[in-house]
Design a protein. Structure first.
Length: 496
């Protein structure tokens, strides 16, 4: 197989040399096209046989030679269009050079539109130009027409290779391109939704001297000039809330966070988060904003070609359940009254691994994930988490053992996390110090004491509601995608 592939690669390089010998560059600087493929197809009215001259450019995806004529299909980002080459129209020299063209080559073609006997809109080529010679064959599959429907059998079905070579995956799979176009639509819709509500989009540091805002292990780096450690952020939260102190009442950021943790179907070390904060709001108000936002973007993604068929129709309000009551029911006892040893025993009994290394908050979180979270299918808010699981949330009014926090789950996955944000710097210091003790005891997901953030709070932090939404997981839910790598263009992979 290796010798055969090398032969194919050599043959394509030989064609580059042959083009050069004929004075034809294999790699152009540009091409002035007038139409994309789909626009050219629609430019010829149904009752017209001949049309205007167009200039199209894209990749050759099919080729059929017939002596002094040849047919091909050219594909670009909009779709595909048929090409018709005739020796008498191109001239002998140019037509003979077509033998040096391959499937996968990027070409420019000019000529009038025409309609073939089968009714297909086609460019009758009067000019053809090589724009980029494909030196490596793309893994196109075979196509067949069954009952008038074109069925394509993929030539690139290995998932690992598709993730590693996303460029090839996109080139040969139009449905993958459609998926990522839909994801872009989702992000655009989120921005429009928040902008319309007077939220200000901002950018906060990715490299931070102290990580915080979540429970996670960070990636650690070192700044040589300053001779200091730096961390890739695990969350945007603490910097965004500093901005609320500074007078920006409504802020949001869409950016990448990084967590030095395991990789599975719902986790990638680098992921896209939306965080937004609204001054003078609490978590109840933010629940309303979240369900309106998600219902809105679901409609946008549902309208996306190909992808939208999988999107559920979402109608607020979403159901709400209490963290404490739901876990107590699933466990058959009150988890907050259990000792650490009893929680560990329950975790082992329910198949949770590596229990002995877990802190009490981690045990509670894992038990909830296994017994409650995994059972939630339709979008559902889980509200009022225990204070030990929520170091940045305000205590619940009337029950200080709980916090004003919600998480949104769907299909067994977390989609959003939100608080009535803690704005008492004295209480915040106590919680930071508790986190620092957990960190000193070996919990590598705990954080320390962020003195600068506490100083910001001491100037007076308005009450606010804050929300974090994982955009990868949200898009997975909306498109019923099982693996997070399918919705990230370039997921983190082990080296080949």
């Amino acid at each position: 197989m290796s010798e055969e592939l090398n032969h194919v690669l050599k043959a394509r390089r030989d064609k580059v040399d042959a083009l050069a010998a004929a004075g034809v560059p294999a790699f152009a600087y540009g091409y002035a096209r007038t139409h994309q493929a789909a626009d050219a197809v629609s430019a010829l009215p149904a009752d017209v046989e001949e049309g205007d001259v167009v200039r199209v450019a894209g990749r050759l995806v099919a080729w059929r030679g017939h002596g002094k004529t040849a047919f091909a299909h050219l594909a670009d980002g909009s779709g595909r269009i048929q090409l018709y080459f005739r020796k008498d129209a191109l001239g002998d020299a140019v037509f003979e050079q077509l033998a040096l063209y391959d499937i996968g080559d990027v070409v420019g073609v000019a000529g009038p539109l025409m309609r073939t006997r089968t009714g297909e809109v086609t460019v009758r080529a009067t000019e053809v130009e090589m724009l980029a010679k494909s030196l490596r064959p793309l893994p196109y599959g075979k196509e067949e027409v069954v009952d008038g429907v074109t069925i394509r059998h993929s030539g690139f079905s290995d998932a690992e290779q598709r993730y590693r070579q996303r460029y090839a995956d996109l080139a040969v799979h139009p449905e993958v391109r459609a998926l990522f176009r839909a994801r872009s639509r989702m992000t655009t819709a989120i921005r429009a939704f928040l902008d319309a509500r007077d939220f200000l989009e901002v950018e906060t540091p990715v490299l931070q001297p102290m990580y915080g805002g979540a429970a996670a292990r960070p990636f650690t780096s070192h700044h040589n000039a300053l001779d200091m450690p730096l961390f890739l952020r695990i969350a945007d939260e603490l910097y965004l809330k500093r901005l609320v102190v500074g007078g920006f009442d409504r802020v949001y950021e869409i950016g990448h966070d990084f967590r030095n943790e395991g990789i599975d179907r719902t986790h990638n070390p680098e992921f896209t988060m939306l965080e937004f904060y609204q001054g003078y709001a609490d978590y109840q108000e933010m629940m309303t904003v979240v369900e309106q936002l998600i219902a809105h973007v679901a409609q946008v993604v549902k309208a996306a070609p190909i992808v939208g068929e999988a999107v559920p129709v979402l109608t607020p309000p979403f159901p709400r359940i209490e963290w404490h009551a739901s876990l107590s029911t699933a466990l058959g006892r009150d988890p907050l009254l259990c000792t650490d040893a009893e929680l560990a025993a329950e975790a082992k009994r329910h198949g949770i691994e590596k229990v002995d290394a877990m802190s009490r908050p981690k045990l509670l979180d894992e038990l909830f994930g296994a017994l409650v979270e995994a059972t939630i299918d339709a979008p559902t808010f889980v509200v009022d988490y225990p204070v030990e699981l929520s170091p940045l949330a305000k205590p619940k009014r009337g029950n200080p053992a709980l916090t004003e926090r919600f998480e949104l789950f769907a299909r067994g996955r977390e989609l959003a996390n939100a608080f009535s944000e803690l704005n008492d710097p004295i209480d915040q210091r106590r919680r930071f110090e508790a986190q620092a003790r957990l960190k000193a005891a070996g919990d590598d997901e705990a954080t320390g004491v962020d003195e600068d953030y506490l100083r910001a709070m001491e100037y007076g932090m308005p009450p606010m509601g804050g929300v974090g939404i994982g955009l990868d997981r949200l898009f997975m839910y909306l498109t019923n995608t099982a693996n997070i790598r399918d919705v990230i263009l370039f997921p983190t992979m082990r080296p080949e």
